[in-house]
Design a protein around this ligand. Sequence first.
Ligand code: GLU
Length: 610
Amino acid sequence: MCGIVGAVAQRDVADILVEGLKRLEYRGYDSAGVAITNNNNELLTAKRLGKVQELAQALIETPLTGGTGIAHTRWATHGAPSEVNAHPHVSNSTIAVVHNGIIENHEALRSRLQGLGYEFLSQTDTEVITHLVHHELKSSDSLLSAVQKTVKQLEGAYGTVVMDSRDKDNLIVARSGSPLVIGYGVGENFIASDIMALLPVTRKFSYLEEGDVAQISRFNVSVFDSNGKPVEREAKEANVSHDSGDKGEYRHYMLKETYEQPTAIRNTLDGRLVAGKLDINTFGEGADEIFKNVEHVQIIACGTSYHSGMVARYWLEELAGVSCNIEIASEFRYRKSFVPKNSLLVTISQSGETADTLAALRLAKEIGYQSSLVICNVPGSSLVRESDLAFMTKAGAEIGVASTKAFTTQLVGLLMMTLAIGKHHGMSDEKQAEITQSLMSLPAKLDEVLALASSIEDLAEDFADKHHALFLGRGDQYPIAMEGALKLKEISYIHAEAYAAGELKHGPLALIDAEMPVIVVAPKNDLIEKLKSNVEEVRARGGLMYVFADSDAHFASDDTMKVIDVPICDDIIAPIVYTLPLQLLSYYVAIIKGTDVDQPRNLAKSVTVE
Ligand code: GLU
């Protein structure tokens, strides 16, 4: 969500900041801004509504020079997207601030500061930080101490960077709830909300922890914990390539990432199935002991990750014989819940920074969960650091806001988790071998599925003038139908809903007419005859159907139904296999609709606010 970049260097930093913002733009993008301190200690700012390109253009027309600067792409929470609400916010022409997150007590702070004579220019919650730092500085001996005093008064979530033009050698940064990473250069140092922003300038990073405040200067970085005690935050070389943020030959990141799935899953599997057996250590130290004692699994996630968790529930109860619940993080964190004995809490998050999921993990520890595991794509992220065990999905950078490869690699991780837990709960050797075999067959199977792209593209035409769509599935394909509906609504803005097909007659059948396309996910499995009855219910009411099925399911195209022939695959991996055609369908429908596929309106990636 939204992006922060900051730099303290000898050279001019404007280009570094703007390039960093471009690389973060997928996280939030209603406006962008930059503030730079020049050699005469003057504060120079530029802000633009819209994409980072608008800001880049403004800086070509009126360049800002100087070696210390901060920049931001905003995803508005308080105050409409506008130039005046764009960050950085400035107090008294000296203090400039960028901020990710939400200051929950901003109203109280605003009235206090107004009482002290501060004039507010924006509607944002962020502006209170700016004036508060300016105010605290009056009774502090340094910017660092003023920021330390300021953050103690803030409630809510923030990753923030503060610059004082009178002190151009330092940036002060603070983290609580929104991630910040320090990048180490030679004679220059950087700060960003994601390493992706800084890959062109460094590979060496350290992550701030909750409550940390740090002072960043050209030759030195000092970090202090929430008690003001100096602490070390280990710097590590990042193992990602410079251009992992490039689209390559593809028109959109989402398409690239959809096509990357066979390779991404090969990476997820790589080295983890040794001689046909799962290497339990891949979940981290002590995993086998934890899995042995697990009697119940509670899964917590949001959005697409929630759908992968729903599939895992089917797997865990059927294959591993362990009871499992799943809940949306924003619900779980605000209710009193029962903790069954020997429960494992499993969180799922692409970024590892999802605010609600992180809060749920912290709550779970307080209320007595024995152990925790995260399924995550970003090493070193908050959820990884704060969980007992972690399974890294190794999907590679996912830039498209609509998740694709992060989802399918999560499913692979969750199936491996099912194997690891099942092994201790009576899963037979044959079953284990069967699952392993299915997993190994997956990348090649997905290559076959991707070959359906052009027939799915043809189908997308039918959706050009539609405003609604219904997705149906049963069993472990029900969450896949939900994921298909989410994808369609996210990027094509067509209202889409998913139902467990057995629920049709309890309400949604009333919606069926020629204007409501019905997408059915129908591999041949134990439920196929039940699903066929539901299909007939739709047909009898004049519905138009798009059925994704294998040849063994025996559907035939006719006036009321178009059948998309999906390659036959093992039941166990079918949820993963059937995800891809639905991703492609959404993609091509969005292309026809002419929407912004990679940056759909109102959305952002890596949801670090509540
Ligand atoms: N709450 C702040 C605003 O609305 C920051 C939003 C963001 O994280 O971009 O300006």
